[in-house]
Ligand binder design. Structure first.
Ligand SMILES: *Cc1c(COP(=O)(O)O)cnc(C)c1O
Length: 501
């Protein structure tokens, strides 16, 4: 097995303000025949800087300085294109480049959303067909692509549920959410105007019918279940729970952001689920994280279709159109129709893989997670070890704690070996959780090397815990004070202090 070599140039980069020299400039283009128009004639007055509003400290640098500065900063970054990124729940997988090229085809990239429908037929058709494909993959009756993120999808689905009950004159105020749900679920339910009733999962890490029955009454509008849940476990009682809820007139919401484990294998719609959201920017070929654009389509059963956001994309004969004539709709979620380029990637991904390919994605994602689970469970505490996991596995730091080493320490130490740390301290039901999601795109060598690295960290925890507690050692920036960074974020440039070393 080949070792990973983590060595190389580490260039310490000063702030761009510190690189400034008086009157240093980039190129100054000559505009030749174009007459100079004073900015004040072009820019509304309220946006103009007043003469006494000086720009002290504004960096004066050459073009080369700028290019090198930002290129170096970009090299400090770590991404799916750099290496293994097993960030649980986030599905940080390598995505095929061909889908990037397709999203950049001029016919897609140069479209303007205000263009006449006559000229946007291709884009409308793509979105229409993508919604149909996603309905097929998930078993739902109707789908909107409008939400721009998973969390906005949750809000959209819950607002549709609220509108459904309101139209029927039914007053239901509560949403039941288990402690293994994604953190955005209770926040979305609260913003949508519901009261959240938390419920604990059973000893096997999944929700049981009896714990639901303890809190279920006629006031419950919905149960929000994440499946697979954040422990990476399949919620195998979901159908019975949905049946019990339906008997009381409630609706079943399933957070389907973890579709990487389910595609082509099982469909949430067949499990009695009434509303789902999925994350195109996890499973369907757009990277998640980094604040980039996302897409959180929402699928519903037919009875909830009238409440989906407008506009909706409809097909009349051979033409496609945006239609806003849905009087019961919850309205718009944003300008236009969501993040189109993310949809193009998803469409290309689905069409290229086909049903068999999507199934293989999920099977491989599950196999890879179980390979890691099996490779590490001798050395790391695995709290829910009675069944295989789905697309991710969650370990605890209990054994390493005996040597004074915590999950945070081990996450930092992983950076020394060139890996992005897994998701840590989530889900909160596991002490010092390390949530590892390898995804389907990683090779056997990558998985083996990662397992070997984790085992060597477990060895270090026993023999030389100080190394881990002071990690990372090989990164440009060492251990930072995370509590202070979160509580007192320093977002403004201040005069650089004298360097002590
Ligand atoms: C990522 C994720 C979300 C939230 O999606 P965003 O696009 O980050 O808002 C919700 N639920 C689950 C299970 C997730 O993994």
């Amino acid at each position: 097995m080949k070792e990973r070599a983590v060595k190389g140039l580490k260039i310490k980069e000063s702030l761009i303000f510190e690189r400034s020299a008086p009157d240093r400039r980039g190129i100054e283009p000559s505009y030749g025949a174009v007459p100079a128009i004073p900015p004040a004639d072009l820019i509304p007055k309220r946006f103009l800087r007043s003469p006494d509003d000086t720009m002290e400290g504004f960096p004066e640098v050459s073009e080369g300085d700028v290019v090198r500065h930002y290129t170096r900063l970009s090299q400090w970054n770590f991404g799916v294109d750099t290496g293994f990124y097993p960030l649980g729940s986030c599905t940080m997988k390598y995505n095929p480049r061909i889908n990037e090229s397709i999203a950049r085809l001029p016919g897609f990239k140069d479209l303007h959303p205000m263009q006449d429908e006559e000229y946007t037929q291709g884009a409308l058709r793509l979105m229409f067909e993508l919604a149909e494909d996603l309905s097929e993959i998930t078993g739902m009756g109707a789908m909107t692509l409008q939400p721009a993120a998973g969390a906005q999808g949750e809000l959209c689905g819950l607002l549709a549920i609220a509108a459904y009950f309101k139209e029927r004159g039914i007053n239901k105020k509560r949403v039941i959410i288990p402690d293994t749900a994604h953190g955005t679920n209770p926040a979305s339910a609260h913003i949508a105007g519901f009261d959240v009733t938390p419920v604990k999962v059973g000893p096997e890490g999944i929700l049981t019918l009896s714990s639901v029955l303890d809190v279920l009454d006629d006031d419950v509008a919905a149960i929000m279940l994440t499946n697979p849940n954040t422990l990476g476990l399949f919620e195998s009682h979901i159908k019975e729970i949905a049946d019990a809820l339906h008997e009381r007139g409630g609706l079943m919401y399933c957070d389907g952001a973890n579709l990487n484990a389910l595609m082509g294998i099982s469909r949430l719609g067949d499990m009695g689920v009434d509303v789902i959201h999925i994350n195109l920017h996890k499973t369907f070929s757009s990277p998640h994280g980094g604040g980039g654009p996302g897409s959180g389509p929402v699928g519903v059963i037919k009875a909830l279709e009238p409440y989906l956001p407008v506009p909706r994309i409809v097909k009349k004969g051979d033409t496609f159109a945006l239609d806003s004539e849905y009087p019961l709709s919850i309205g718009r979620l944003g300008a236009f129709y969501g993040n189109f380029a993310v949809m193009v990637r998803a469409y290309a991904y689905i069409r290229r893989l086909g049903p068999e390919g999507l199934k293989r994605v999920s099977e491989t994602a599950i196999l890879n997670a179980n390979y890691i689970r099996a490779g590490l469970k001798e050395r790391f505490e695995l709290p829910f070890d009675h069944v295989p996991c789905m697309h991710e596995c969650v370990f605890s730091d209990k054994r390493q704690n005996e040597h004074g080493v915590s999950t945070l320490d081990m996450a930092k130490r992983l950076m020394d070996y060139g890996y992005h740390p897994p998701t840590i301290y989530f889900p909160t039901v596991v002490h010092g959780a390390m949530m590892i999601e390898p995804t389907e795109t990683e090779s056997l060598e990558t998985l083996d090397n990662f397992i070997k690295t984790m085992i060597s960290i477990a060895d270090e925890a026993e023999s030389e815990p100080e190394i881990i507690k002071n990690a990372p050692h090989n990164t440009i920036v060492g251990r930072i004070d995370e509590a202070r960074a979160a509580r007192k974020p320093c977002l403004r440039w201040t005069e650089p202090k004298e360097e002590s070393s």
